[in-house]
Design a binder for this molecule. Sequence first.
Ligand SMILES: *Cc1c(COP(=O)(O)O)cnc(C)c1O
Length: 377
Amino acid sequence: MIVEFKDLKKQYQMIKPQIDIIIAEILSEGNFILGSQVYEIERRLAEYVGVKHCITCANGTDALVMILKAWGIGAGDAVFVPDFTFFATAEAVAVVGAVPVFVDVDIETFNIDPKKLELCVIKTLQEKRYTPKAVIAVDLFGLPANYIEINRIAECYNLLVLEDGAQGFGGKIGEQFACSFGDVATTSFFPAKPLGCYGDGGAIFTGNDNLSQVLNSLKVHGKGLDKYDNVRIGYNSRLDTIQAAILLKKLEIFSGFELEHINELAKIYNDNLKGFVRTPVIPDGYYSSYAQYTIQTDCEGQRDKLQMWLKEKDIPTTVFYPKPLHLQTAFKYLGSNRGDFTISEQLCKTVLSLPIHPYLSEDEIAKICEEIKICLT
Ligand SMILES: *Cc1c(COP(=O)(O)O)cnc(C)c1O
């Protein structure tokens, strides 16, 4: 059985005629930077998410960095981030000179635990070493974080809220789409994300006119009236015209059937795996875009045995993530120790992400589930 963890090749085969024409057009027109397709995808994305402004940029990490910069966050400031996420979430905080304060996550949703967030904010305020400024909540594996609680805490302690929706695009709480929660949100178009392009890309979403204007300047060398009038120190962080055009086509199929279909496939996994492993928990009223389908095993030994078993059957799996942020070498200077974040550490030992993408067949999922059951019984 040949199953791909993410099948970008199958997706390309389906849209190949249109994609090839789109790319050929840009090559012959030569408008590689800030072509009309960039503004068009910004309009479409803002409309899809339901937010006034979308500012595209070079990648999801730049998106985070530029927001923190626009907010004036830097040395002496504390930004709260979940301990269980991709490195970039906390890296962005360190890049602008602020201190990432790790917060443990919820064992069921994998997302930042609001109760622990509040305790961390109180502790940071009492210590008086750093000034709490913002929280970056991550929509891990496609599931929106608990923004109802996060926004309440942020209001209470006067914190800005940044939604890191790099994996969250397409998710929902009720009828409200991911990348519209908090003061501002980011996403990534890295190929394997829910909405991916054919290279690097990212976007920022906000309803704030002033912030949008500053970000549009920051991404082009801090431009004022034009790029040779520079009013602030900025970045070179634009989405290429080719990537924008690809995203226009991909957004069409993403909202047309991919998102819905991936949820149907996740349900087949759930039905088949119930009782054998812990399947993903989607709280009532929440909707996931299933950037990953991540199960939990009983212990590290069982997880590693299962991963090895599936590998022998040519079923690719990945451990997102094998190391919590507080134990990353790059964050050693923050002085955290093993045992400081028990849930996050446990998850690193027990999670396993199974193949999931809209081009996986129901038979393939049934076969994967069968192998999991054979291994675990
Ligand atoms: C992928 C990812 C990013 C970074 O996005 P890039 O486009 O790769 O820079 C940031 N945060 C999270 C949670 C991610 O998964």
